[in-house]
Design a protein around this ligand. Sequence first.
Ligand code: C5P
Length: 221
Amino acid sequence: FASGEFDGLTVVVTAGPTWEAIDPVRGLTNRSSGKMGYAVATAAMEAGAKVTLISGPTALPDPERVRTLRVESTQEMHDAVHTHIVDADIFIGVAAVADYRPVRAADGKIKKTLEKMTLELERTPDILASVAARKPAPFTVGFAAETENLEQHARQKLEAKKLDLVAANRVGADIGFGTDENSLLLVEPGAVTELPMQPKAKLARALIRHIATRYRAKHTA
Ligand code: C5P
């Protein structure tokens, strides 16, 4: 085990989708399986880090030797992240967070009495941007799932959210969500690195090695 690249470091990872309640039995979510985030958490642990994984609802078991906290909504994920990020060195936001949530959730199950109904939605808090805005901020890594113009959209995200690195992956009909393989384009200020298509566990280890190099460079300047 321990290759030691992350020895002594504390890492917080988010994974999975979020669930935004409409009523007690219905909600808004997405097709994120959590596989990539769990693989990243495991790879960080194997590299020697103390890892906290904050996960939305997934069908996956808690990774071994990773402290795993389960949450449902974006707000809960946001609050859990800020509770556990305090002494963390690195934050990796892999979760496919809902961008919008119902303005209010009904207390009881909504009955089908209406012919048409409108669901009013509001923006959710941006967890990643709020972590990058902390003083001091951990080394902050975001993910970007895009269908087109991968590098351009990732770079916009990097700058808008003031991140250290964005790991961008192509999503489409049968790539990205739920699959066991993926590829990543690592976008940083002044650099772009391609990690080719490979199993998510292997890809996660390559990502962690890359982050370790950049983290060390930033903190031994
Ligand atoms: O802007 P976009 O949602 O595409 O950015 C994706 C990245 O931002 C992912 O790393 C995701 O975990 C994070 N994110 C977040 N909170 C949100 C929305 C996205 O942390 N509300």
